[in-house]
Ligand binder design. Structure first.
Ligand code: B12
Ligand code: SF4
Ligand code: SF4
Length: 382
């Protein structure tokens, strides 16, 4: 027996309109079913592709059905919010670290989406006071991309992103779960990647073992943001290039993003000089200075230790000799992670310098740099 009225078509339409009025770029409704991608999630976890993100396997069972997020759930209003603002700089100077597009503004996207979704929930409660709702952005055990596809918002690209033909993939997703039965949209059944493989080829750390599957343990986004309290495995450091926080390459190369519109959300307008960031100056930040500069921003997630570790790696990859003094000072940093990364970066800069010297002297005599031993050996932090 149902405590609620049968499908409320006009309510569904009104909710969608309200979602668009609140600034969402796409709004669709998915039925609250067990997601098709659950089996994929299980296989992905089984293969160890989630790395150290323990919260994923810990809640594996909860992903089986959105009932675990809201008991009695019948429908999920899925929303997407465009975050494409200005274009990133094409070239980045040596020692400058790139920051992923999603973190250019001072506003955390979770807060922005949650606040809009709460307004949408309030609208729903006004129309249907007995209904129950729950807002989900990122942290609930909900395969957001699966439900977005079910709600007709787009398809999964080979880079695993949810892509919409008109809006591209610079989209944040979120959901409003409700025990009301809303009229579901047609799922997005077609895919539009065709024979394209640009994202797979462009990924600098070979993070796609196959199309539609991401090995998070190789993804720069994971390495620079989620892999906290650990060193970045040495094999992946060169591939990080100049990425200090996150990575946008597999979206930058996607043809569906070429004509993607600009975001109208003022909250995502770049508000700090984060793109790019000067890695040498980051190395001198104290805990307090880091907190006051980045405390309220997405860059606080890996903390001072993670950001300084990343800055050392960027300097090792793209810096020049002018970075060595700052890196040597970082050998005395309070954090073993930072000390280890600084040591690696100094070694890498010396190797690069020495191979350049060899190339320039075209077979002539060269200094024997390897005879200079480092006096201190940093702790690995492992
Ligand atoms: C963990 C996580 C990560 C991990 C792992 C990413 C991954 N690809 O799994 C890391 C840290 C690497 C990451 C990186 C990024 N993330 Co993230 N991430 C998440 C999170 C919290 C969970 C994702 C998850 O469960 N992954 C497990 C895999 C198995 O699931 P999935 O990729 O979501 O879904 C796939 C399967 O279900 C599969 N599938 C389903 N059915 C079927 C059927 C068949 C036949 C096949 C083959 C596959 C298949 O395809 C789906 C899409 O590929 C979600 C939020 C959420 N709750 O969903 C955000 C989320 C996916 N991330 C997001 C973003 C923006 C990013 C970054 C762009 C950030 C950045 N610039 O650094 C990068 C993009 C990297 C990439 N190419 O995916 C957005 C994506 C929006 C979009 N348009 O798709 C989300 C939805 C957050 C949000 N609320 O907006 N992320
Ligand atoms: S975000 Fe960067 S590292 Fe991660 S899969 Fe895409 S291109 Fe590869
Ligand atoms: S780059 Fe090509 S293959 Fe990759 S997601 Fe975009 S269209 Fe699909």
């Amino acid at each position: 027996m149902s405590a609620h009225p049968p499908p409320a078509d006009d309510l569904t339409d009104a909710l969608k309109q309200e979602g668009l009025r609140l600034g969402f770029d796409l709004v669709g409704v998915a039925p609250a079913v067990s997601p098709e991608g659950f089996a994929q999630l299980q296989a992905w976890l089984e293969r160890g592709l989630a790395g150290e993100m323990q919260y994923l396997p810990r809640r594996e069972e909860a992903y089986r059905h959105p009932e675990s997020v809201l008991s009695g759930v019948r429908s999920i209003v899925m929303v997407a919010l465009n975050y494409r603002t200005v274009e990133p700089p094409g070239e980045v100077a040596p020692g400058q670290g790139r920051v992923s597009r999603y973190a250019w503004s001072d506003c955390d996207y979770h807060d922005v989406l949650r606040s809009k979704l709460k307004h949408l929930a309030a609208f729903l409660h006004q129309r249907s006071p007995d209904s129950r709702t729950r807002v989900a952005v990122d942290t609930a055990p909900l395969l957001e991309r699966d439900f977005a596809r079910l709600a007709g918002l787009g398809w999964f690209g080979k880079n695993t992103m949810l892509i919409n033909k008109r809006k591209g993939s610079w989209l944040f997703l979120g959901g409003l779960l409700t025990d009301l039965e809303l009229r579901p949209d047609e799922p997005h059944e077609t895919t539009h990647c065709g024979t394209c493989t640009r994202c797979l080829e462009a990924c600098p750390t070979d993070a796609f073992p196959e199309p539609y599957v991401l090995d998070a343990t190789r993804c720069i986004s994971y390495l620079t943001i989620e892999l906290r309290d650990r060193p970045v495995p040495e094999a992946h450091r060169p591939g990080m290039g100049d990425w200090l926080f996150g990575c946008d390459i597999c979206q930058d190369v996607c043809p569906w993003n070429r004509k993607a519109p600009q975001s109208t959300a003022a909250e995502f307008h770049p508000s700090r000089e984060l793109a790019p960031a000067d890695c040498v100056s980051l190395l001198s930040l104290s805990q307090e200075e880091f907190a006051s500069r980045f405390g309220q921003t997405p860059l606080s997630r890996p903390g001072r230790e993670g950001i300084l570790r990343n800055a050392c790696i960027v300097l090792g990859n793209t810096g020049d000799q002018t970075a060595v003094t700052a890196l040597e000072a970082a050998l005395d940093d309070e954090s073993p992670l930072v000390r280890e990364a600084a040591f690696w970066a100094i070694e890498r800069l010396r190797q690069r310098d020495s191979s350049r010297f060899h190339e320039e002297s075209a077979g002539g005599s060269s200094r024997n740099e390897s005879s200079q031993e480092w006096e201190s050996t940093p702790e690995s932090g492992r």
